[in-house]
Structures are given as C-alpha cells and as structure tokens.
Ligand binder design. Structure first.
Ligand SMILES: Cc1cc2nc3c(=O)[nH]c(=O)nc-3n(C[C@H](O)[C@H](O)[C@H](O)COP(=O)(O)OP(=O)(O)OC[C@H]3O[C@@H](n4cnc5c(N)ncnc54)[C@H](O)[C@@H]3O)c2cc1C
Length: 556
C-alpha cells in the first residue's frame, strides 16, 4: 500500500481531511491533476467570507443572532423537498453545520490563526419573507487574508507533514478510476500528466505521459464541483431556471471540471441533487483574465438599480444582494428577456465608491495582505472606489461611464448586437425612483431596503451609501455595468453520511470511499438545498473534510 489514505484533490476540503489524518499520525497520498503551485484549489482565489453565527464581531455591531434564527433562515433558504430521498442526508448535514457555525467553528479557526474584519457583511438578504430565503441578519465574516488566509494553516500543516514523511504529494496525477476490490474502494488509477510550470489558476496541459496506480485502506474524493465545465452546467441546468444562457462567464479555474463525479458514479457512489447549482447574475468579464472566460462577481450592496436586457427594472426580490436564485430564475424564465444573456446595473459614482466589492483574493489586495491601514485608507477614507474597482471602471469591457443619462444609454446600446434600450423608458424609471429619496420612508421597496440597511451600523459605515438622486450631477458620473451569468458553485453531488462516507444507491456506505467539499454538495450531497446563505462553501469544505479525516483517523 502506498499510504493509509489517498486524498484526491488538494483544495480546501482535501487539505482539511489531510490535516486531520496527519494530526492523528496517518500517512496520506495527496493526489491532484494540477501542479504544486495550485495547492489550495479554489479556496485560494476565494473572498474568504465565512458564515458564522452569534459571534463577538456581530455583537459588537449590535447584531442579535442565534442558532434558532440561523436554522430558521437555513430551512427557509434550503427548501428541502426531497426529504425521504435525495435530501435525507443534506438536511442532517444542514442542521449539524448550523450548529457548527454557531459553535466551535469560530474557536477552531481562531486556534489555527484565522481572524475576521470587524464589519460583518450582510449577504443574501433574501426573498423579503421571514420564512423565506435569506439571512435575517449580517453573518458574512470576511477573513483577514481572504481565501489565502483561510487555506494558509491547512497548507502549512500539510507541508510540515510532508517534511515529516506523512504526506506524499502526487501532483500532475489525474485520477480516471477508483479501484474496487470485493466491493471496497482500495485505490485509484489514472494518468500522469506532463510537467507544467503554469502559474496558479492558469489552464495546464492534459498531455498524458504514463499510467499510475496507488492503493490504500481508503480514498477520500475532494475534487470540487462543475463550474469550469459549461457543457456539464448546461446538461444539468435546473428545470425551474428555464434555459441556460448561450454564453456565461466562468467564476472558477478550468480544473473545476466535474469529471470525478462520473468516476465516483461508476464505482457505485450515489449522485444526488445534480440539478442544484449556485451561479451568480452579477458577473463581469475580467479585463485581466487568469483562466479562460474569467468572470468576476460583483458583491453588490442595495443601491444600484437593476434593469433587464430590455430596460425594465427587475421586480422584487430581484434587488442587488437579495436573492440570487430568484433573480436568475426571473432572467431565465421571462420569455422576452431569456433570449438575451445579460442584465444591467445603473448606479452613480457615490454608489460605486462605497458599495461595489469584487469577489476574489486577487481583487482585494489590502485584505489579502492583511493590511489594515490600506483597508481603512482605501475603503473608509478614500475618495474613489478601491483601486481594483476603479481599474474595472476604466478597463472593463462591461462598464460605461457618463455624466449624461442619454449618452450612458447610447453607450449601453453599443454593447449589444442591436440597440435594445429606450432612453425615455430608463429615464422615467430613474426619475420616479429619485422622487422617493426625500423622506426617511418610501413606497419603493428598494429605497425601504436602503433605509433598513443603514440602520445596521456595519452597512452604514462601509457598505450602503445615503439615498441620493441618481440624476443629481453632484452624485455622478453615472455608471452602467453589463452583467453576465457567472458559473460558480455546485450544490449537489456524492451523497454522504455525517462521517463523509460515500453512500451507494442502496443507502449504505461504500467501504473505503469518502467524499467531502463541493463534490459532495458540501456535505450529504446537498447541504444547501436550493439556496445558499453565502460564506457557507468554504465552511462546508472545512466541516465535511474534517469529518472525513476524523472518521478515518478513528477507524483505521
Ligand atoms: C473567486 C471565488 C470566490 C469565492 N468566495 C467564497 C467565499 O467568500 N466564501 C465561501 O464560502 N466560498 C467561496 N468560494 C467557493 C469556495 O472557494 C469553493 O467552493 C471551495 O474552495 C471548493 O473547495 P474543494 O476543496 O471542494 O474543491 P476545489 O478547490 O475545486 O479543489 C478540487 C481539486 O481537485 C482536483 N481534481 C479534480 N478532479 C481531479 C481528478 N480527476 N484527479 C486529480 N485531481 C483532481 C482539482 O485540480 C482541484 O485542485 C469562492 C470561489 C471562488 C472561485
């Protein structure tokens, strides 16, 4: 045998499982199709936002959270409707995960050196119903160091274990088959790929140089989702989301290819909830791309106006930062706009300065470098938007800037094959909205939401600008952003029990096979159900990866 355990996939889930195993003195073969530069997988690129419940950071900002409120929100979001079948384990994972997020998650991660920004973000405000989707309170805790800060202690642990001889790296080894011996998974087979010195995130070659085989007492599959594989995204596109767009931007590196799901299926693992995905509607084309079709997600706060491809304001709850899936559904199932692949934000310089954040470690160099002074200088005291946002405004193919609304709309019309927008229609809607900002109350739900947001200190300081007239030149210039659907997360996958043991079609654990992270729907084959509360993906990788490692450490 080559090791006690083979872990396939050196992303966050694989590293968390390996960390637990080596802490217990087990030997691990860590296999990944990419080179050593890609250690940490997607998590390295991530924003590092974590779903935590009832924390000191929340309490300092006057947020009253509890496990009961978080669980109520989770159920309203997940909307589990396959409870006697595909959701049976996802729902159990969900309850365990909410308890983890309200319990030892923060102290465990603190003990590994993680810390969080003092302002807690309010992501996915939801569907405007107490029992519906969304976070009732701010819970998105951004890690100092962003995603690179989240992976750092796990990378350090695994590298140290490699030095001690407990971890053997098998980079550029692509797994094509799980070896099944008398009903148990005993190893992996695949191809050694040609060496490639590509920098992190850049697509590497797939030239095969040799075959390989590794054996162990168990295999943990932590190979991520399908977001880099548009063909697969289209194949499993949810029925309730209408038709997939003809073109999408890609929010993950090319190695998030989903191949391993089929390979696990062939070995007898049960795949569930494959039609559940989490793609964003606020994607923009990266002017400085790293991977093919590289898109960046705008993390919007509540003030931008959102229009469909024909220039009509989106209905509730399709407001910036509220309800990702409702917005995607609206855009993809309304017949006259589903034929187009885009929508629009219109906003002001005042709004972009305070409200635009871009997801990703490389788009937030101040937080990634844990540079607190730069953070305050750029985001609190600065006159412009943070430098990466200003760079997009200047160089991004999806941005139009103008002091005149007519010129702005003319510029927007030039970004589509034919002019689809009527300047008079857009002007009418903006003028009507502008008439709503003079009172501390309003009949307009978006303006109500802005007032609500500013009653939360964290948003008032750093994320939500005071209501102002869009057509007041002092707030300008005006900015339009063409938005694309951006592929990102896979909510379904390999069904697992609470020890991350992969289950067969009969519902029984397959001896020797474990799965964790995105490939396992972040636990159970779908811990999120239909919707995410955000910041739940990194935590899901940690929680399910840790469960796999701990279970194996106990049983081997
Ligand atoms: C830009 C960005 C921002 C994000 N922001 C956040 C955030 O703020 N909060 C949050 O919670 N989540 C966020 N996420 C999501 C989160 O980062 C991912 O869901 C998570 O990191 C997935 O980790 P994983 O270990 O499951 O898989 P991955 O990181 O995808 O790792 C899988 C690894 O498996 C390897 N692999 C795949 N197939 C094979 C094979 N056949 N053989 C060998 N190796 C294979 C791949 O090469 C890869 O290295 C973000 C993601 C991105 C891209």
């Amino acid at each position: 045998m080559n090791a006690d355990v083979i872990v396939v996939g050196a992303g966050l889930a694989g590293l968390a499982a390996t960390h637990e195993l080596v802490t217990a003195g087990k030997r691990v073969a860590l296999v990944d199709q990419e080179n050593a530069a890609n250690l940490g997988g997607q998590a390295f690129w991530s924003f590092g936002g974590l779903f935590l419940v009832d924390t000191p950071e929340q309490r300092r900002l006057g947020v009253r959270d509890s496990v009961d409120l978080a669980w109520s929100d989770w159920q309203g979001s997940a909307q589990f409707d396959r409870l006697d079948d595909e959701d049976v384990w996802g729902a159990k994972w969900a309850r365990a995960y909410v308890e983890f997020a309200a319990g030892e998650k923060r102290s465990w991660l603190s003990s590994l050196g993680l810390s969080w920004l003092p302002t807690v973000g309010w992501a996915e405000r939801g569907s405007l119903r107490a029992d519906g989707h969304g976070n009732s309170v701010p819970r998105f805790h951004i890690t100092w160091g962003t995603g690179t800060g989240v992976v750092a202690p796990f990378v350090a642990s695994v590298l140290k274990a490699a030095e001690a001889g407990l971890v053997t790296f098998h980079h550029r080894h692509r797994v094509d088959e799980l070896i099944v011996t008398a009903g148990a998974v005993t190893g992996v087979r695949g191809k050694v790929l040609a060496p490639d010195t590509a920098a992190r995130g850049i697509t590497s070659n797939r030239d095969e140089t040799a075959a390989f085989e590794l054996t162990a007492q168990a295999v943990v599959v932590t190979t991520g989702g399908i977001g880099g594989n548009h063909e697969m995204v289209r194949e499993f596109w949810p029925e309730n989301l209408g038709t997939p767009p003809k073109s999408m931007v890609t929010g993950v590196p090319a190695y998030v290819d989903g191949r391993m799901l089929g390979i696990a299926d062939e070995a007898g693992a049960r795949l569930v909830n494959r039609d559940r995905m989490w793609h964003y509607t606020e994607g923009i084309r990266n002017w400085d791309p790293i991977w093919p079709g590289h898109g960046i997600r705008i993390l919007p706060a509540p003030s931008s106006m959102w229009f469909d491809a024909l220039g009509r304001r989106l209905p509730d709850p399709c407001l910036p930062g509220y309800d990702t899936m409702a917005t995607l559904r609206h855009l993809r199932t309304t017949p006259d706009i589903a034929v187009h692949d885009h929508s629009w934000f219109i906003l002001t310089q005042k709004i972009i300065r305070k409200e635009f954040a871009l997801s990703g470690s490389e788009q937030n160099p101040d937080i990634t470098a844990k540079d607190r002074r730069a953070f305050v200088r750029e985001r609190i005291l600065g006159k412009g938007a943070p430098a990466p946002v200003e760079a997009f405004k200047r160089n991004g193919a999806d941005f139009i800037v103008s002091t005149s609304l007519d010129d702005l709309v003319a510029g927007m019309n030039k970004l589509t094959d034919e002019p689809l927008l009527d300047p008079a229609l857009i002007r009418r809607q903006i003028e009507a909205r502008d008439l709503q900002v003079n009172n501390p109350y309003s009949k307009d739900s978006q303006i109500q939401g802005i007032h609500n947001s500013r009653r939360y200190r964290g948003d008032r300081i750093g994320r939500t600008v005071a209501p102002h007239r869009f057509l007041d030149p002092a707030s300008g210039p005006l900015i339009a952003v063409k938005l694309h659907v951006l592929t990102r997360k896979t909510l379904g996958g390999i069904q697992t029990d609470l020890e991350s043991r992969a289950l067969s079609a009969a519902g029984t654990p397959i001896p020797g096979l474990y799965a964790a992270g995105e490939v396992a729907g972040f636990g159970g084959g779908g811990v999120h159900g239909y919707n995410a509360l955000e910041g739940t993906f990194l935590g899901g990788c940690l929680f399910s990866g840790r469960a796999a490692g701990q279970s194996l450490a106990r049983s081997l």
